[in-house]
Write a protein that binds this ligand. Structure first.
Ligand SMILES: [Fe+2]
Length: 385
């Protein structure tokens, strides 16, 4: 996130001697997602982050593809994904392509006996149900319903949940997640027309330095495999850090909608972007106020992208009988639009309380075995009058 942040103790000059009270050196590490070409931070560890004691046997968590090519409007009933105690095992990839993986998860338990690091993708974890704390070496972030947790690749983390009742919608992005470029000025600051600004960004707080030696299990994801590593020091041993690269959060409830006299196009809802996809937030807002306006969206054929909607809450104006946690996938190439009757019904309405996350990937998505298990097979006929 392009806001400079610092926590804990750091030396006045980078790459210089920075010593512990006992006279030995702290270990400096540069962390980034695009080499030396983009955002980075400098981290100061109590011990070098390199002390590997043992390696476990890697295992695959590669999505199993059930439908590689398709041209069918599809709906998945997301809350039919079974809750699972363990966080990593609870994550079920449902829609995937070479740019992103979309997963659903209903973890019941906090991560206590291992840490996790995704070395191949940034993660956006949308909290649909539940609350808790994201714990990292950078500090902690409290999260609650509606938060997007943005965890850059390479960040070691644990999730601590307040209760066993959790529902997560997770995007793994193989390119860095960023705010849309058109929202930022040449210096990276979010501009006046952006639907959110720096004050809305939750940054890590409460840095706790774990000066601990022992056996620390870190499960590292790379190229579809989980590599179990045993490190000799606690991964949250940061004494301090500074820079622009760190986990952060943004609440969908802080997204300020852009409205107009006539129906506004999807880009006004854009929240984040990665290479070849965008993430948008549909939030409660006043409807269009031209005297003859039609608030329901027009039919459209999204020729250049698939369109994924994840329904979070509220009454969806374009479709009845939508349930929380439902996903619709409208593939590029064939038109879709409001359900029968909903155009007339929308006329004269002044407000919508719909809440949803939309993802438009510019390359087609594949469906996994977990996706077809929770599919509403008749969805494609839902426009029949
Ligand atoms: Fe659409």
């Amino acid at each position: 996130m392009p806001i400079y942040h610092t926590l804990g103790s750091i030396p006045p000059k980078r790459h210089t001697q920075f010593r512990k009270p006992d006279g030995t050196l702290y270990a400096e590490e540069l962390v980034s997602t695009e080499g030396f070409s983009s955002l980075y931070s400098l981290v100061y560890h109590t011990y070098p982050p390199t002390i590997v004691k043992a390696l476990g046997e890697p295992y695959s968590v590669e999505p199993k593809i059930a439908r590689e090519k398709h041209l069918k409007h599809t709906s998945l009933i997301g809350f039919n994904i079974e809750p699972v105690d363990d966080y990593l095992q609870s994550r079920k990839p449902v829609l995937v392509n070479a740019d992103l993986h979309i997963s659903l998860a209903a973890p019941r338990k906090s991560m206590t006996d291992y840490f996790y690091k995704n070395s191949q993708a940034d993660e956006v974890i949308f909290i649909h149900v539940g609350s808790g704390t994201l714990k990292t070496g950078f500090g902690k972030i409290r999260f609650e319903y509606g938060d997007y947790l943005v965890v850059p690749r390479g960040t070691i983390y644990q999730l601590e949940f307040d209760t066993p009742d959790n529902r997560l919608f997770i995007v793994e992005s193989f390119s860095p997640i960023r705010s849309p470029k058109r929202y930022r000025n040449a210096y990276g600051q979010l501009m006046e027309h952006s639907p959110y600004c720096e004050r809305d960004i939750k940054r890590p707080t409460d840095l706790e330095t774990h000066d601990e030696k022992g056996d620390f299990k870190i499960l590292i994801k790379k190229q579809g495999l989980i590599y179990p590593y045993i490190y000799g020091t606690h991964p949250f041993d940061f004494i301090g850090w500074d820079g622009f690269h760190y986990p952060w959060a943004f609440s969908i409830h802080d997204f300020e909608p852009i409205t107009g006299r006539l129906h506004q196009p999807p880009p006004v809802h854009q929240t984040f972007e990665g290479n070849n996809f965008v993430i948008c937030s549909f939030v409660p807002r006043k409807f269009d106020y031209h005297p003859l306006s039609i608030p329901a969206p027009y039919n459209h054929s999204n020729v250049d992208s698939d369109e994924v909607l994840y329904y979070v809450d509220g009454d969806f104006m374009s479709r009845k009988s939508v349930v929380k946690g439902q996903i619709t996938l409208h593939p590029g190439g064939i038109p879709h639009g409001p359900a029968p009757g909903s155009v007339e019904k929308s006329i004269g309405k002044e407000f919508t309380d719909e809440l949803a996350v939309m993802i438009d990937p510019f390359r087609p998505l594949m469906l996994t075995e977990d996706a077809v298990r929770i599919e509403d097979e008749n969805y494609y006929k839902s426009w029949v009058i």
